[in-house]
Design a protein around this ligand. Structure first.
Ligand code: PHE
Length: 545
């Protein structure tokens, strides 16, 4: 008999009384991979690796993955699984005063959702253009003038570009529909279909790329190590930043997704699968992208290092179209590339939006459908006005820089400080993971997270100082203050205001399983454990709804 997908929900009742959950471990893993694998893998990783020492970048990258990525992924999974809530609810249960940290994460997700959709919308357009090679001989001109109809940087335009607005509306409609269907029927289904499809599509594309003439030169350019970069702190910051963004850490996403797992779930094992699966996809993308760039250099008769536009927006919307237009069978290759961007983007976007939706459901007791429509319509309106206008690209660039480079680091520090320093939950979370998981995190795990936090603080300071001193991208000061620092101010405001609003029910006394006693911990936090810890038997029937 199929198990119901709502914990302890009376049959046929709606809205559900308990928390929704994934149909199983595989569904969770696919959804978490769906969040992790995104534009960060396809366009950010190859560019970052290339610019930061090529093959030598793998050293800081792997170290960042092992010392920060996986430990903090464990932390978020532990918080979400033990305290069973969206970011604000789980953080409030971690420490009474930490609810704002969760809202901080939610606000960052809100900001990111506004422009992540725009990039998916562009990819959708380009998927369509690929069949007729609309971007033609001059993809740079096509992208800037014909498609985006770019205005002046550092200004605001009310001119909505229909070619961008239309796909954007489609993306929002799809997103709202998926969110409204809830975890099991919406988010899970999207990922269970989307992620295998993405892996197959991108896999075929990568194999095709490897057989292009010049492919080996491209790969050589990516992996030729420049060890001298290892002494450059910026390279290390880039590696840690890449790991954070790529694993969707400190966005509240993993807390939210883990909260939909059943109580008796193996937590660390799947987290490792997600971490290594995500990095494998990055590596595959690095190979595919650089093999293709090798081909472009070959066709143009230049070296790979002479190519321009290897990172981000330019890589996908200018350089790749240039290759596609010149390649035999380019239409299909192009369609597969942009379909991959759409799929990878959509599964990440859903995780961001679900993080927001879950927070409102928990706080106000709304059902998924109402929340999807409310959150989705507000976001869609702002997103369309801001990002389908002819100055949307510059706005995107600025908002992304502040929210993703600065906001997120602050969010990570605050989460760790709340959980380990003020909430003093390190021991409890470590024992929780050990009790439910096959792979134990080890006693030194909280200490490792503490050490990494020092690095995060350094990252935050250096980024904040450089943004304050040098500004960004040559934009005028009023623009940077309004949309850069203004974004941070908005996120902080949400974090301060939302905890003042009332919860729709008592959230202070969660049923924790395993209980602190079962974990061998005294009732009160901060009292040293005397009792020896006995792992909770995995088939213990201690669970009550
Ligand atoms: N991890 C995604 C990527 O690599 C980006 C993302 C960040 C998604 C935060 C969700 C939340 O592109």
């Amino acid at each position: 008999m199929a198990e119901p997908n709502v914990e302890a929900a009376p049959a046929g009742s709606a809205p559900p009384q308990g928390r929704e959950h994934w149909s199983g471990q595989t569904a969770f893993i696919l959804a978490a991979i769906g969040s992790a694998v995104g534009l960060g893998n396809i366009w950010r990783f190859p560019g970052q690796a290339y610019e930061n020492g090529g093959g030598a970048f793998m050293i800081p990258y792997l170290l960042a993955l092992l010392t920060a990525g996986i430990p903090i992924l464990f932390l978020e999974n532990a918080i979400g699984h033990r305290f069973r809530g969206s970011a604000p609810l789980a953080m409030r249960r971690v420490h009474r005063s930490a609810e704002g940290v969760g809202w901080f994460h939610v606000a960052i997700c809100f900001v990111i959702g506004l422009y992540y959709t725009a990039i998916i919308a562009w990819s959708l357009s380009y998927f369509w253009f690929s069949f007729r090679l609309d971007y033609g001989d001059d993809p740079a001109q096509f992208f800037a003038s014909q498609y985006l109809q770019l205005g002046e940087p550092g200004t605001l335009s009310a001119h909505i570009v229909p070619g961008v607005a239309l796909p954007l509306v489609l993306v929002w409609a799809l997103t709202i529909a998926i969110l409204a269907l809830g975890i099991h029927k919406g988010v899970e289904r999207l990922n269970v279909v989307g992620i295998p499809l993405l892996v197959v599509t991108f896999g075929i594309l990568a194999v095709r790329a490897l057989f292009l003439p010049g492919a080996t030169d491209g790969i050589e350019a990516l992996f030729t190590p420049d060890y001298s970069v290892l002494t450059d702190p910026d390279v290390w910051i880039a590696a840690y930043g890449q790991v954070f963004f790529s694993l969707s850490l400190a966005y509240g996403v993993m807390i939210t997704y883990a909260s939909y797992r059943r109580r008796r779930s193996n937590v660390t094992g799947p987290a490792l699968v997600v971490a290594f699966g995500n990095s494998s996809f990055s590596l595959l993308a690095g190979l595919a992208v650089f093999a293709t760039l090798g081909y472009l250099a070959h066709v143009q008769g230049v070296g790979v290092s002479d190519l321009q536009g290897i990172d981000g927006v330019n890589l996908s919307f200018v350089t790749f179209p240039a290759v596609i237009a010149q390649m035999p069978g380019g239409q299909l290759f192009g369609a597969m590339f942009f379909a991959s961007l759409v799929l990878a983007g959509l599964t990440s976007l859903i995780s961001v939006m679900q993080t927001i939706s879950a927070a409102f459901q928990d706080k106000f007791g709304w059902n998924p459908r109402t929340t999807a429509v409310a959150v989705g319509c507000v976001s869609a309106a702002l997103s369309i006005v801001g990002f389908s206008s002819s100055t949307g690209l510059f706005l995107l660039d600025t908002v992304d820089q502040w929210s993703n480079q600065l906001g997120i680091v602050a969010g990570a520090i605050a989460m760790i400080a709340a959980a380990l320093w003020f909430g003093r939950r390190g021991h409890e979370l470590e024992r929780h993971l050990a009790a439910v998981s096959t792979i134990r995190p080890g006693r030194y795990w909280p200490a490792l997270v503490n050490v990494v936090t020092l690095l995060l603080i350094y990252m935050f300071m250096s980024k904040a100082i450089s943004l304050a001193k040098d500004g960004y991208g040559g934009y005028p000061t009023w623009y940077i203050i309004t949309f850069g620092w203004g974004t941070i101010a908005f996120i902080a405001l949400v974090a301060v205001v939302m905890p003042w609003l009332r919860w729709h029910k008592d959230v202070e006394h969660p049923h924790l399983w395993p209980s602190r006693a079962q974990l061998g911990l005294p009732d009160r936090i901060g009292v040293k454990a005397t009792e020896r810890y006995r792992p909770v038997p995995r088939n213990d029937d201690g669970e009550t709804p």
